[in-house]
Design a protein around this ligand. Structure first.
Ligand code: C2E
Ligand code: CA
Ligand code: CA
Length: 692
């Protein structure tokens, strides 16, 4: 009785676990009392207790039925049993024992089934509520891959209306990249030795609407009635994926242009090289450098610089095939990878591509507030001819680009081994140059420039010499480009200017009094905002008059930074300093430079003078240059005069000055002074056909 009461109270939630201990104690006491009474042989005890149990069963059943539907069967059978018990107690006689026994047994079985159903339903509901309350998707699959259980969250994640729709589906229906074999294999992983649960995998699931969802799958095994199942948690990782993508972007995408950055480029090139190696193919790397970018940045600001980079990158991209790769390597440097090329075709393809790039960059750029003209220099390196790994290929393409740049703007060069040697040489020189000015490793030699007609020593060119304790004597053709590259040319050029002016001052009141000193100046120096100040300081500090100084510039200096150079040259002219165009005829030789800039002197390059006696072409060319110089009011100096014949021809053509080994090699100042002294004593004898 007490048990029925307590059980009912427990089911309807009015009794909890601690109370059950008291109930158990009560049941034990009641049982003790019952057995005492039983032994006392009270004949009324059996019908009375059956009656009382019947009443309590009726009560229990009536309490259970309205509570929840799952208790209805239990409640009804209890009420039936209660009614049957009361009836049996009232009509108890031995003839009815069989009926009573059968009826009680049937009703007992029914109430047991009702109890089992109620408990099982409760467990199932609790379990369903638990998995539905999980914030992750959850499903249970069997060994073959069929879904047995799924929660609502899982249905929602995958775009199904209810979890029920998922039951019976195969995991391959949900994971497009999964094959049946892979689904079968999955359980093997649980059986592997030392495996840790849950197994974590990322996958892309197919949603009902056809979209896909990145998920993390956490799988743990569980065994139910001897069969292994897998509990799978599904974590929606689309947000995480977005963050990962952002990080990926930050790590691999150049923020200005939106194309690959240096890091991504290296990785990609390594892949392309591996692919080419496996497939017996070639690939090409183009190193592209935009000239003038720095100046755009400096003059118009970073926004304009960025806009130029973006526009240039898009224009470059427009020239490429879909499989080609474009990356911004840094500053104004871009790299293009042309992958998967047929054997022996890479150089040709890369050359064609470089030509298209140079042409496209040369078309000029209309930015928001400025129109800018830019040129590109392109270096090419190919796999496998020039390198078999990405670093080497990039380095070779860089070296080739540098060579292209040296050859002038808008050029392209394919890498070769000689370039590599030059680059290595450059590194060694660069190291040795550091501190060389302070260590007094430099000195100047002077080469006479004489009047072609009178033979009078009028000018001297200062030529730099370097005696490195490490490398021995290094020619300026080797170290000047390295010093220009490292910026070292600025202090070095300042030293030359100061040293040469001091030397001219020292020659005062000697045979070299009033000589004009010619100094070679590189583009970097001219771009230095302090340059004009340094020039006037050198003049004033050494008491020289400005006409005693002439600066030698090459055509490259003029075109590289035309606007700035023009301004500096105008100021030099205002100061009274002469400007000479060196190596004329070797570079761009555009007449417009001669009129556009304030020049005093043209120096005809040695290359033409050399052949003047034997080559009609050189002869005619030098003749034309001299005639043109005359018409522009320029003084003409012929360089590299090595023979009396050359000197005579040049003089006849009207060249004003001669310089070369025929007159004097570049020599130290005291030697030059002796040379000048000797000439002065000769001077009266010198006439138009002088010889030395
Ligand atoms: P450059 O200005 O054309 O100098 C003339 C070069 O021709 C000098 O070479 C000189 O020694 C050489 N030379 C003169 N006469 C003859 C001749 O008759 N035959 C031959 N074969 N060569 C002759 P160097 O001294 O080796 O200078 C090479 C270049 O280095 C110069 O060419 C100049 O561009 C540069 N350089 C020299 N000194 C300086 C400097 O102080 N500053 C800068 N920025 N560059 C310098
Ligand atoms: Ca020169
Ligand atoms: Ca020269």
């Amino acid at each position: 009785m007490w048990g029925y009461w307590a059980g009912t109270q427990f089911f309807i939630g009015k009794l909890d676990a601690p109370d059950m201990r008291r109930v158990t104690l009560g049941i034990l006491l009641a049982s003790g009392l019952f057995s005492l009474l039983w032994h006392a042989n009270n004949s009324w005890l059996a019908p009375a207790s059956a009656m009382a149990i019947g009443v309590i069963m009726l009560w229990s059943g009536s309490r259970l039925i309205p509570v929840e539907s799952r208790y209805r069967l239990l409640g009804m059978t209890l009420m039936l049993r209660g009614g049957f018990n009361i009836l049996a107690a009232a009509t108890l006689n031995p003839d009815m024992y069989v009926v009573w026994f059968v009826g009680t047994t049937v009703l007992k079985i029914l109430s047991m089934l009702g109890l089992v159903y109620a408990v099982q339903d409760e467990i199932q509901q609790r379990y369903a509520r638990t998995i539905d309350s999980l914030s992750h998707g959850f499903l249970i699959r069997d060994r073959r891959g069929y879904v047995h259980v799924a929660n609502e969250r899982c249905a929602k994640l995958l775009g199904f209306n209810s979890a029920q729709e998922l039951i019976g589906l195969h995991v391959c229906d949900l994971l497009p990249n999964l094959t049946r074999e892979m689904a079968d294999q999955y359980f093997r992983r649980f059986e592997a030795e030392g495996v840790q649960y849950p197994l974590s995998d990322t996958a892309v699931m197919r949603l009902r609407n056809g979209n896909s969802l990145p998920v993390e799958l956490l799988g743990s095994p569980y065994i139910e009635r001897g069969r292994m199942y897998c509990l799978v948690q599904l974590l929606d990782i689309s947000e995480r994926k977005k963050k990962d993508d952002l990080l990926y972007q930050a790590a691999r995408i150049d923020p200005v242009t939106g194309f690959f950055n240096r890091h991504a480029l290296s990785l990609r090139l390594a892949q392309e090289v591996a692919h080419a190696a496996a497939a017996g193919r070639e690939c090409a790397v183009l190193f592209i450098d935009l000239d003038k970018f720095k100046r755009v940045n400096d003059s118009f600001g970073h926004a304009a610089g960025d806009e130029l980079l973006r526009t240039a990158a898009n224009r470059l991209h427009g020239l490429l095939r879909p499989c080609d790769v474009l990356a911004r390597f840094g500053g104004d440097e871009f790299i293009v990878i042309i992958p998967d090329l047929a054997p022996n075709s890479a150089e040709q393809m890369a050359g064609d591509c470089a030509d298209a790039i140079i042409a496209a960059m040369g078309r000029g750029f209309e930015l928001s507030y400025h129109a800018i003209s830019v040129t590109a220099s392109v270096g090419i390196a190919c796999y496998p001819n020039h390198g078999t790994d990405s670093d080497t290929l990039i380095r070779c393409a860089d070296i080739a680009m540098y060579e292209a740049k040296k050859a002038g703007r808008g050029e392209r060069r394919v890498f070769n081994d000689a370039m590599n040697a030059a680059a290595k040489d450059g590194l060694v020189i660069d190291g040795a140059l550091a501190g060389a000015v302070e260590a007094n490793e430099f000195y100047l030699v002077y080469q006479a420039i004489v009047n072609a007609h009178t033979g009078k020593l009028t000018k001297v060119e200062a030529l730099l010499r370097w005696n490195s304790p490490l490398l021995g004597p290094v020619s300026p053709d080797r170290f000047i480009p390295v010093a220009e590259d490292s910026g070292m040319i600025i202090p070095l050029g300042t030293w030359v200017l100061e040293q040469a002016c001091r030397q001219v001052a020292a020659w005062k009141r000697s045979a070299l009094d009033d000589v004009t000193i010619s100094i070679n100046v590189s583009a970097w120096q001219l771009a230095d905002p302090d340059f004009l100040k340094l020039v006037s300081q050198a003049l004033i500090g050494n008491g020289l008059s400005p006409h005693q100084l002439e600066l030698e510039l090459t055509e490259r200096v003029l075109i590289e930074d035309a606007a700035n150079v023009q301004a500096v040259l105008a100021q030099l002219r205002a100061l009274g300093v002469g400007v000479s165009l060196d190596d004329f005829g070797t570079g761009y030789s555009s007449l417009s430079y001669l009129t556009q800039f304030h020049l005093n002197t043209l120096k005809i390059d040695r290359a033409f003078v050399m052949d003047i006696e034997h080559s009609e072409r050189s002869h005619n060319l030098v003749h034309a240059i001299i005639a043109m110089g005359h018409s522009l009011g320029l003084q003409l100096v012929a360089e590299g005069v090595e023979t009396a014949g050359q000197a005579a021809i040049l003089e006849k053509m009207g060249c004003h000055y001669l310089q070369g080994y025929h007159i004097s090699r570049p020599i130290p100042p005291d030697e030059l002074l002796r040379f000048a002294d000797a000439r002065r004593s000769l001077a009266p004898a010198v006439n138009s056909d002088f010889s030395i």
